[in-house]
Design a protein around this ligand. Structure first.
Ligand code: FEO
Length: 179
């Protein structure tokens, strides 16, 4: 019989499982926002949020693979029902930014814990998430800035919605060129 030895602490495994749960909640919330956008006719934003949900799923899987790889048990969480309607298009991006800021804080807490435990595996693994969170917060800030620049009347919101197909690649290529 193969005996698996866990190479991180039980506390760290629990904290990473909590992170899996945050990523799953984010994925669900972004699907709910995408669905609301699709119903209203904000096609660019719908595509943006569905892609964002897919990103969160990839983050969740990355954490699951990590836990399984270090001999810990990953737990697939039940998730809360997200909101199904939103005040405005701008409020959906505000929701996204707040949610990303919470995830960033949770990642920082994990990094602090890894440092404290001298858990080099986890510390190194988490560096990818720090870079990813910087990109995600920048992405939401960039979109929210457009409401200040272009305005909030129907035509401005329509124009903002239409730019969303390209905004992700613009932000990502800017971030990559800064590395
Ligand atoms: Fe996976 Fe957007 O945090």
């Amino acid at each position: 019989m193969l005996i698996t030895i866990m190479r991180i602490s039980a506390e760290m495994a629990k904290a990473i499982n909590d992170q899996i749960s945050y990523e799953a909640s984010s994925a669900n919330a972004y699907i709910a926002i995408g669905s609301w956008c699709e119903r209203i006719g904000y096609d660019g934003s719908a595509a943006f949020f569905f892609e964002q949900a897919a990103e969160e799923n990839r983050h969740m899987l990355k954490l699951i693979h990590y836990l399984n790889g270090v001999g810990a048990e990953s737990i697939i969480p039940a998730v809360e029902k997200p909101p199904s309607s939103f005040e405005s298009l701008e409020s959906t991006f505000q929701f996204g930014l707040t949610s990303e800021q919470k995830v960033t804080k949770a990642i920082y807490d994990l990094v602090d814990m890894a440092e404290k435990e001298k858990d080099r595996f986890t510390y190194s693994f988490l560096q990818w998430f720090i870079t990813e969170q910087t990109e995600e917060e920048t992405l939401f800030h960039t979109i929210l800035q457009k409401f200040d620049l272009l305005g909030r009347d129907k035509l401005a919101v329509y124009q903002i919605d239409q730019t969303l197909t390209s905004v992700r690649s613009q932000v990502m290529s800017k971030q990559t060129s800064q590395k």
